[in-house]
Ligand binder design. Structure first.
Ligand code: ATP
Length: 355
């Protein structure tokens, strides 16, 4: 049987701007390098420019300024039909009157494969997505998750240099979303595909990506591995967008090289300075990295305590902020009104400039 191989290529944006008319700057001078064989997610709030960026890779939108490369080829002015790119849409976009096999075979005919090759490749594609027994069904006789897998197979069999996913899971329920995203990730890794993936779901982005590009207002706020973005966000926007974060107002009283002296209420501590200057600043800290009952810290009062099965969730009120904390210890819950000392776990707090 035919193998589906990868011709994975890099994607580069060099100073790319996209205007719609003369008023809307959808993308503002972005630079972006996507390595071959990696899955990179574009993540950000509605209207930040994710879809426009994806469509510019596909050639469905043209850059107003700058250059776009796929591999070594400058594709900036190439129409979609001349680019070696396939796209999987949110709505699956299957032909309802064609069988699964016909849907997956459809694009292959245009790509110059003969009938035998087309059939072999289509079957190989369906095998990859676990649907080899469904080839004669119509899309209407499939679940949403199966339809999306057909759409993935249809894109895969073309062996594109770059595979694009536009919010591919948004029409699926929560359980299927997890399953299909794991399948997409597994196929991408096994075949070494270059994938650009758009989502506004941060958990999905953390789960599937080699790297995430967090976008804000037509620009890139930060690009990094899920871990880098989660542990060392560049600013309060990224800290708040990737996972939950408490943003605590503090005062940097002195900076000695890499170390900042920080005052949080009446609690003095030191943190890596990360370029933050003396004066008002923000400490970003995840709910799970607040240590309730620490030996050193600031005073707070428990104002809410919620049991959610696997853990306790607490709202804590201090003189300078209200914060959200979680604790695994469900057997010894804190009570409302209880006074506690709150500290930070060692890798928890990140000092950020006031935005
Ligand atoms: P969403 O998550 O809501 O899909 P997005 O991050 O994908 O948002 P884009 O669709 O890329 O955002 O849109 C970026 C900006 O460009 C928005 O301000 C949007 O209103 C604008 N825009 C997008 N398409 C057009 C168009 N065809 N004409 C004019 N403005 C547009």
């Amino acid at each position: 049987m035919t193998d589906i191989n990868s011709k994975a290529a890099t994607v580069s944006f060099r100073n790319v701007t996209k205007m719609y008319g003369s008023d809307v700057t959808a993308i503002d001078q972005i630079n972006l390098e996507i390595e071959a064989g990696k899955l990179v997610t574009l993540l950000g709030p509605s209207g930040c420019g994710k879809t426009t960026t994806l469509r510019m890779v596909a050639g469905l939108e043209m850059a107003t300024k700058g250059q776009i490369f796929i591999g070594d080829v400058d594709v900036t002015n190439l129409p979609a039909t001349d680019r070696d790119v396939s796209m999987v849409f949110q709505s699956y976009a299957l032909f309802p009157h064609m069988t699964v096999l016909e849907n997956v075979s459809y694009g292959l005919g245009f790509s110059g494969f003969n009938k035998v090759e087309t059939l072999e490749r289509a079957h190989a594609g369906l095998d990859l997505v676990g649907l080899k027994d469904y080839s004669e069904r119509l899309p209407s006789a499939l679940s949403g998750g199966q339809q999306q897998r057909v759409a993935v197979a249809r894109a895969l069999v073309l062996e594109p240099q770059v595979l694009l996913f536009d919010e591919p899971l948004s029409n699926l329920d929560a359980k299927l979303r997890r399953q299909v995203r794991e399948e997409i990730r597994e196929i991408q890794q096994n075949l070494g595909l270059t994938v650009v993936y758009v989502t506004h779901d941060q958990e999905e982005a953390l789960a599937v990506s080699d790297e995430i590009v967090v976008m804000r207002n037509a620009s890139i706020a930060q690009m990094g591995t899920p871990r880098q973005l989660y542990d060392t966000p560049a600013d309060t926007f990224v800290a708040d967008f990737i996972g939950e974060a408490n943003l605590l107002p503090c005062e940097v009283t002195a900076v000695n090289g890499e170390v900042a002296n920080v005052l949080l209420g009446d609690f003095h501590t030191t943190l890596p300075s990360r370029g933050v200057a003396q004066g008002a600043a923000i400490i970003a800290i995840r709910p799970s990295r607040l240590v309730i009952g620490a030996a050193e810290g600031f005073n707070a009062v428990v104002s809410k305590a919620t049991y959610v099965g696997s853990r306790m969730e607490y709202t804590l009120v201090s003189g300078f902020s209200t914060m959200f904390a979680v604790r695994d210890d469900v057997d010894n819950p804190l009570s409302i009104g209880q006074e506690v000392v709150v500290g930070f776990s060692q890798t928890g707090p990140v000092l950020l400039p006031v935005s």
